[in-house]
Structure formats: structure tokens, C-alpha cells
Design a protein around this ligand. Structure first.
Ligand code: C5P
Length: 283
């Protein structure tokens, strides 16, 4: 029986600038992506009959809309593969959290099924397919911390510092299209070079979505104010999750112990190689 169990890690946007808006409404970004050693887990078991079955610890999302199912169907239709798969998704990452959970699940599915079904597609080819599922899928397919441009698909690998993060989820879901559609969103940050962003360093990094998300979601505003009392804190993606970093794990865990009811928090380490690629020995 052919089966495998693989991680789908979270990502953080350690910096996120919005430099413009394309004609199709999508936004041009500059961002620094880094992975965390914390995320979802997916279990795959090959089927001979071509059907794609998903079970999940997650409720409230129709299976046909799930990026995992869409990724599996996309691979079948692109390659003509007649095999199928049973997938179980062990969900730990929040929806609408800015941690890229859905995109990471999709990337893990593309990489797992490429192996399980012996399709032989390169990571580059899988990343191109992944982009059709969401702007954040390619970075999870490539598996390297990266400077991202375009809508996040033009990726240059980078090595960032790898601190311990406290990631705080204020218990609400942010609707990404609402944030990108907000009239007051900052969309005109002048582009900077990757070299400059890296030279200026973590103390200067910011997220252009922060002011808008704080205004639209008071729960994010409150949580960011609380976390910032311990250390400089940022929003990841369009939120709702917030993060701050520490050299020592113990300092991060001290904050975790103090989080309020209704908030969910975890401590995780930054990784420049995705835990998925580490598990498969891909990079
Ligand atoms: O790619 P993803 O499905 O995560 O994007 C969700 C929505 O966020 C898009 O439909 C679009 O409205 C907005 N978006 C954007 N610019 C980006 C990424 C997303 O405007 N670079």
C-alpha cells in the first residue's frame, strides 16, 4: 500500500510592502517569506480508482472548495493520471490567519501526489500549477525562505535570522479580499531592493496592511497592542495573526503562558528551509 504523512508548515511575512495594483485588481507586493516549524499534517493513501477523498479535522469548508482537493484534481487533469487518493488533513493552522495554511496544504498535496503517483514533475512545474490555486502556493512548493515580488510568485531565496516566534491569533478570521479592497489601504510604497531590505534588518520591517486591518478588525488592534508591550510585533499577511521574535525559546514561552481567553497562541522557530522539504530531503 502506498501512503505517506507529511507536514504543511505555516509561513510568516516578516516584511510586506504593497507597491501597486495590477489591472486585474491583484496587488503588487514585496515581501519576505519565512517558514515555521509548526503547521498542519496531511496523510495520503493511494487509490486505484481515481477518486479524491478528503477527511479533515476542519469543519465548515466544503470539500470541493478545499485547496487540497483542487490541487489533487489539478494534477490529475494536467497529467492525465488515473490514480486517486484518500487524504486526511489534520488542521492546526487557523483559517483567515495570514499563516498561509490553505496554500501550504495545497503545496504539500502537489508534492506528495507527484511522488505517490510517480508523475516526475519538477518543483518549478509544480509551483506554476500551484500559482493557479493561490498567490502563496509557489513559495511553499519551492520550500526556501524568500524575497517575493509580483503577487508573491517571483521568488529569490534568502537566509534570514531564525528566532523563536510567538504567534498570536486573536480568535477571528480576516477576509483577505476585504483588506485588499479597502479604499484606505496603502498601495504606493516605493519599491526597494532586496539588498536594502536585508541590510536595514528586522527592526525596520513592517506590514502595509496593518493600519487597515487594525481599523477593520478591533480584535486585531487589541491583540497587537497587547503583544507589542512585550516586544515589537507585526501582522503576517493580511492577518489575523500577529508575531514577535526572541533569541531564546524560554522568553517566547513566558508570553505564551499569559495569553487571554479566546486567543490562541503558539511558539515556533523560523526556518529557511521548509519542514516539508526537510522531511523529504528535497533541498
Ligand atoms: O491568492 P489568494 O486567493 O490568497 O487571494 C485572495 C484575494 O486577495 C484575491 O482574490 C484578491 O482580491 C486579493 N489579493 C490581492 N493581491 C494579492 C493577493 C491577493 O489583491 N497579491
Amino acid at each position: 500500500m502506498r501512503k505517506m504523512t507529511l507536514p504543511a508548515p505555516a509561513k510568516l511575512n516578516r516584511l510586506l510592502h504593497i507597491t501597486g495594483r495590477r489591472e486585474d485588481g491583484y496587488h503588487e507586493l514585496q515581501t519576505l517569506f519565512q517558514f515555521l516549524d509548526h503547521g498542519d499534517t496531511l496523510h495520503f493513501r493511494q487509490r486505484q480508482d481515481g477518486s479524491i477523498n478528503l477527511t479533515s479535522t476542519l469543519t465548515g469548508i466544503a470539500n470541493d472548495d478545499n485547496l487540497v482537493v483542487r490541487a489533487a484534481r489539478l494534477l490529475q487533469s494536467e497529467t492525465g493520471c488515473r490514480l486517486g487518493v484518500d487524504i486526511h488533513l489534520d488542521k492546526r493552522l487557523p483559517l483567515g490567519g495570514g499563516l498561509g495554511g490553505g496554500s501550504s496544504d495545497a503545496a504539500t498535496t502537489l508534492i506528495a501526489l507527484n511522488r505517490l503517483w510517480s508523475l516526475g514533475l519538477s518543483l518549478d512545474r509544480l509551483a506554476v500549477l500551484g500559482l493557479r490555486l493561490g498567490a502563496d502556493v509557489p513559495v511553499f512548493v519551492h520550500g526556501r525562505a524568500a524575497w517575493g515580488e509580483g503577487i508573491g510568485e517571483r521568488l529569490t531565496p534568502v537566509d534570514l535570522d531564525t528566532p523563536w516566534f510567538v504567534v498570536l491569533h486573536p480568535g477571528i478570521e480576516v477576509a483577505t479580499p476585504q483588506v485588499f479592497g479597502a479604499p484606505q489601504l496603502t498601495r504606493n510604497t516605493p519599491p526597494i531592493s532586496m539588498t536594502r531590505a536585508l541590510q536595514e534588518g528586522p527592526g525596520t520591517w513592517r506590514n502595509d496592511c496593518e493600519a487597515t486591518v487594525r481599523r477593520l478588525y478591533p480584535a486585531v488592534d487589541e491583540a497587537l497592542e497587547w503583544l507589542s508591550a512585550f516586544a515589537p510585533s507585526l501582522l503576517t499577511g493580511t492577518g489575523a495573526c500577529l508575531f514577535c521574535s526572541f533569541k531564546d525559546e524560554a522568553d517566547a514561552r513566558e508570553i505564551l503562558a499569559q495569553t487571554q481567553d479566546g486567543w490562541h497562541a503558539f511558539v515556533a522557530r523560523g526556518c529557511n528551509v521548509s519542514p516539508l522539504h526537510q522531511a523529504l530531503g528535497l533541498l
